[in-house]
Ligand binder design. Structure first.
Ligand SMILES: Cc1cc2nc3c(=O)[nH]c(=O)nc-3n(C[C@H](O)[C@H](O)[C@H](O)COP(=O)(O)OP(=O)(O)OC[C@H]3O[C@@H](n4cnc5c(N)ncnc54)[C@H](O)[C@@H]3O)c2cc1C
Length: 406
């Protein structure tokens, strides 16, 4: 046996493309391969993002941004798009830059990967959890598998691509081979908030807000979505990603500040209200919102500022105006927990990055051991960036593993 690989289809496909003669195996512990691809992007699979400048692209990775710059010069979203399109998968770019198959079905991506593996003669073993890896002289690896047909296998090259969760055992095996695992914490989650200002408003969204925590030095801008449990949407998910470790340390209890206007200061919001007072004094506050907010949120903010709904702008006094400007630009919400985002969630933390040579995605400690995907201390924000990191590291891991034997 010349070569054995663990999951991450892409590394196996890339290895086979470089060295068609290599014997390549994928071991998958579950009964179904690529199960995360299947459920990804709400069943649509957000394959990558239309960001083709590596310097710009790395800015979407709270962890791994420095290390991914080189790899993105080798394999970036343009390559991902070309790879799928050259295999007959038509892709489309949505207004926000996310790229999906035109079919809007992850099955299209799944089928393409499975067919490509079949064409390249890659051997896929399901219900084959890898339990242990040890190094032999040579060097080579002995791999113990939970399988009656192939309990122990010898491999010259190994790619660990078991994903980010502790449950996979991949991190433990990397550790047993000498690697350090950095602190694990969930990333891309939504915030639990119980507050009269948002109660009963589930489903409403605001196109651009700024969410922040001064105490934790976190700030993000983007759309906000009110859910049954609290707040979600791109702004919240980005904050959860950039603050994954800080928020875990707080046990997800902290004060979230929401600027409903996006970027206005309190003085700017007050000036706009003052302007309304002078130009539309006879209008009731509730019927004229000079900010880009859904009417029901505007009503709640007026209530929260202690102002009667039927008050006319002309009768708004200085104190009320200041309170409303405060509420608009710095609403404080106590957060008391988190929920995972249904569309996409990832793990922050994993194999320590300075122990990996990113030119080959190879361990600096164990020759011929490669890593790809979320098992590394790499994660991105939502939008196709997590798959892109997996395609890129998978491509480099697989092709460089194969190059050294081809
Ligand atoms: C619900 C959801 C939706 C998502 N949607 C998107 C999206 O649309 N776009 C995007 O960019 N990202 C998305 N992500 C994130 C993305 O799926 C991951 O970042 C990506 O799949 C990581 O790839 P990976 O190969 O490292 O790990 P995984 O995809 O997790 O694959 C690891 C595989 O290894 C197997 N395995 C684990 N341990 C063992 C073992 N010991 N032996 C054998 N096999 C093992 C697992 O069963 C699994 O099949 C989503 C995540 C979730 C949870």
């Amino acid at each position: 046996m010349s070569e054995a690989e663990r999951p991450d289809f892409f590394s196996a496909l890339s290895a086979a493309a470089v060295d068609p003669g290599a014997e390549i195996h994928i071991f998958e512990k579950s009964a179904h391969i690529l199960s995360k691809v299947k459920i990804s992007g709400g069943g649509r699979c957000n394959v990558t993002h239309a960001c083709f400048d590596p310097k710009e692209l790395v800015r979407f990775y709270p962890r791994g941004s420095r290390e991914l710059l080189g790899p993105f010069h080798i394999w970036q979203p343009r390559h991902t798009v070309e790879w799928f399109e050259s295999r007959g998968v038509a892709l489309k770019t949505e207004a926000d830059g996310r790229i999906f198959p035109i079919s809007d079905s992850s099955e299209t991506i799944l089928d393409c990967l499975i067919e490509s593996a079949r064409d390249l003669g890659i051997q896929v073993h399901t219900k084959s959890a890898v339990r242990e890896i040890s190094r032999n002289e040579g060097p080579s690896f002995s791999i113990s598998i939970d399988s009656t047909t192939n309990p122990v296998l010898r491999a010259d090259k190994l790619v660990i691509a078991t994903g980010g969760g502790v449950a996979s055992g991949g991190l433990k095996m990397a550790q047993s081979l000498g690697h350090t695992i950095t602190g694990l914490a969930p990333s891309l989650f939504t915030f639990h908030i119980e507050d009269a200002r948002i109660q009963g408003l589930a489903g409403l969204s605001v196109p651009e807000v700024t969410v922040s925590s001064a105490a934790l030095n976190l700030k993000q801008t983007g759309a906000l979505l009110i859910t049954h449990w609290g707040l979600s949407g791109p702004a919240v998910l980005k904050l959860s990603a950039w603050g994954a470790r800080e928020l875990a340390a707080q046990h997800y209890r902290f004060e979230l500040c929401v600027n409903w206007t996006g970027s206005m200061t309190r003085d700017m919001a007050a000036a706009l209200l003052e302007n309304q007072r002078q130009s539309a004094g006879r209008k009731m506050l509730v019927s004229l919102c000079p900010f880009n907010l859904p009417r029901r949120i505007w009503e709640r903010l007026i209530t929260s500022a202690g102002i009667p709904h039927d008050l006319q702008y002309a009768r708004l006094n200085r104190l009320q105006l200041t309170r409303l400007a405060d509420e608009l630009t710095a609403s404080i919400f106590p957060v008391h927990g988190k929920s995972m985002n249904k569309e996409e969630f990832v793990t922050c933390g994993g194999v320590k990055l300075d122990e990996v040579d990113f030119k080959r995605m190879e361990s600096r400690l164990v020759p011929h051991l490669h890593f790809a995907g979320e098992v590394l201390d790499i994660d991105g924000v939502t939008g196709g960036f997590n798959f892109q990191a997996a395609w890129t590291t998978g491509y480099i891991a697989g092709s460089s593993a194969a190059k050294s034997t081809a």
